[in-house]
Design a protein around this ligand. Structure first.
Ligand SMILES: [Zn+2]
Ligand SMILES: [Zn+2]
Length: 226
């Protein structure tokens, strides 16, 4: 037998079939699951991916695509268990490879792969959730749920220092809000504030309001939601 007749590897060596141990299915889903269940299933899919070797094999690519099409916690997921009585859960999906063959130079019109930027914002306290395109819209939608009225807040101008040397909310920021925001608003647990931003720095940042809530870019007030 020549060397070229030998199979390089057998797929069975790399991934023994294992029963999927989660209620959350190993693919994209729009069914409702508790955020903790989504996190656990995502972590398990990541473990399977890391355990699937070697890099570059079909099994490895499949494990990657499975992981990427499931809901995965966003970097800012889980920041609040109780913000004004609501829980902040944020998941993304859809960075997996699209295997659909293109048609000429065009994307395949039959493609139903999950597209990047698919975001789920959720509040398990109320069993509320929304699907949005992109994290900014999802964070805005969550605030519509947890802090209705936030879009009408006074906007902190850029002349007010937002952070101190330790990158914590600046005392000038706190004072400006005390002078301009309704007192009832600042009494809300983890109250967000809205600040004027320029350029690319328009992410909503948790815990950067002096009251522990989000510092939201003014550009998000006009975010159009799905
Ligand atoms: Zn809620
Ligand atoms: Zn596709």
């Amino acid at each position: 037998m020549k060397i070229v007749d030998l199979p390089l590897f057998a797929f069975d060596d790399f991934e023994q079939p294992r029963a999927w141990p989660h209620q959350v299915p190993p693919h994209f889903t729009t069914a409702y699951f508790q955020a903790d269940e989504l996190r656990a299933a995502s972590a398990y899919a990541s473990e399977l991916y890391l355990a699937t070797a070697p890099y570059g094999t079909p099994a490895h690519a499949e494990a990657w695509n499975r992981k990427e099409r499931m809901w995965q916690p966003s970097p800012v997921d889980g920041q609040y268990r109780d913000a004004n009585g609501h829980q902040f859960d944020l998941f993304t999906a859809g960075d997996g490879y699209c295997p659909c063959p293109s048609v000429g130079f065009r994307a395949n019109p039959e493609c139903q792969c999950v597209k990047p930027g698919c975001v789920l914002a959720q509040c398990d306290t109320c069993q509320w959730r929304t699907f949005q395109r992109g994290e900014p819209a999802a964070v805005a939608a969550w605030h519509d749920h947890a802090f209705p009225g936030w879009r009408d807040l006074p906007v902190v101008p850029p002349s007010v220092k937002r952070r101190d040397d330790r990158m914590e909310p600046h005392r000038d920021l706190r004072q400006w809000c005390l002078d301009h925001y309704p007192a009832e608003w600042l009494a809300l647990p983890s109250a967000p504030i809205v600040t004027e931003r320029g350029g690319a720095g328009t992410r909503s940042v948790p815990h950067m309001s002096p009251w522990g809530g989000f510092d939201i870019s003014h550009t998000l007030r006009d975010e159009v939601l799905l």
